[in-house]
Design a protein around this ligand. Structure first.
Ligand code: PEP
Length: 262
């Protein structure tokens, strides 16, 4: 059975003070939730927050010895160098991060990160032993013109090109995030999300083999809320959720996490 992965992407919200406030509330509620903690202890679930760079140190310190995972929202592919404004995977690891989001649609579309950039970032994260949450997803115009599957195939295959199957299964979590559903309040129906996740799993099987495909964790993201989490997670190929807006408040993120308990 694949583990569930419940992830909060804070985007450019929660500076250090707000992070400290979030953590003191969320971590105490998380550790007091016996059902969540026993799911985590039994390897059935993981819970993560992806904080802005400037808040990562606070997040790592405030999580204490709780099992909450702290990750970053981006990284550069080089270890160090003349890349003003960038942060490397090696630096994230030094800070205590274990995970990183790669290829969020806001990075692809606002900051024009290319598939080649994302491939280099994924490779670098693997070298640093960071787990990547690799995002793929179509624009509304892609969906309307019937090219959703072509877009997903291109993004997935370009990102994972020539990778070792074991690395894909163990170090990459794939998040399907239809761009039209991010921050818009429009959720893809559970069936639509399942259809694309099944397509991703099939692509992984065709490329890396059944074993890799069956082990790889797939997430859905796009206007996930406490109310729709259970129906999304009931889908066969969806193992978790990547949550933006609803992860910013401890109570709503905890409610989403509770809805994921098995
Ligand atoms: C996201 O930031 O990845 C996301 C899915 O945002 P939201 O949940 O707010 O749609």
């Amino acid at each position: 059975m694949r583990r569930r992965f419940i992830a909060g992407n804070w985007k450019m919200f929660n500076g250090p003070a707000a992070t400290s406030e979030f953590m003191s509330s969320f971590v105490s509620k998380l550790t007091a939730s016996e059902d969540i903690i026993s799911n985590i202890d039994e390897g059935k679930m993981e819970v993560a927050v992806f904080a802005p760079f400037i808040s990562l140190d606070t997040a790592v310190k405030c999580k204490n010895d709780s099992p909450l995972i702290i990750g970053a929202q981006n990284m550069h592919w080089e270890k160090s160098g003349a890349f003003t404004g960038e942060v490397s995977g090696e630096m994230l690891k030094e800070l205590g991060c274990t995970h990183v989001i790669i290829g969020h649609s806001e990075r692809r579309h606002i900051f024009h990160e290319t598939s080649e950039d994302l491939h280099k970032k994924l490779q670098s994260a693997i070298q640093e032993s960071l787990i990547s949450v690799f995002c793929v997803g179509e624009l509304l115009q892609d969906r309307e013109s019937g090219s959703t599957f072509d877009v997903i195939r291109e993004q997935l295959m370009a990102g994972l090109k020539a990778m070792d199957g074991k690395d894909v299964a163990e170090k990459i979590i794939v998040a399907y995030e239809p761009v039209w559903a991010i921050g818009t309040g429009k959720t893809a129906s559970s069936e639509d999300a399942q259809e694309v996740c099944a397509f991703i799993r099939k692509l992984l099987a065709d490329t890396f083999g059944e074993g890799v495909s069956e082990k790889t964790i797939l997430l859905y993201g796009g206007s996930v809320k406490p109310e729709n989490t259970a129906s999304i997670l009931a889908m066969k190929d969806i193992d978790g959720v990547l949550v933006g807006g609803a992860s910013l408040k401890p109570d709503s993120f905890l409610a989403i996490t509770k809805a994921a308990v098995r």
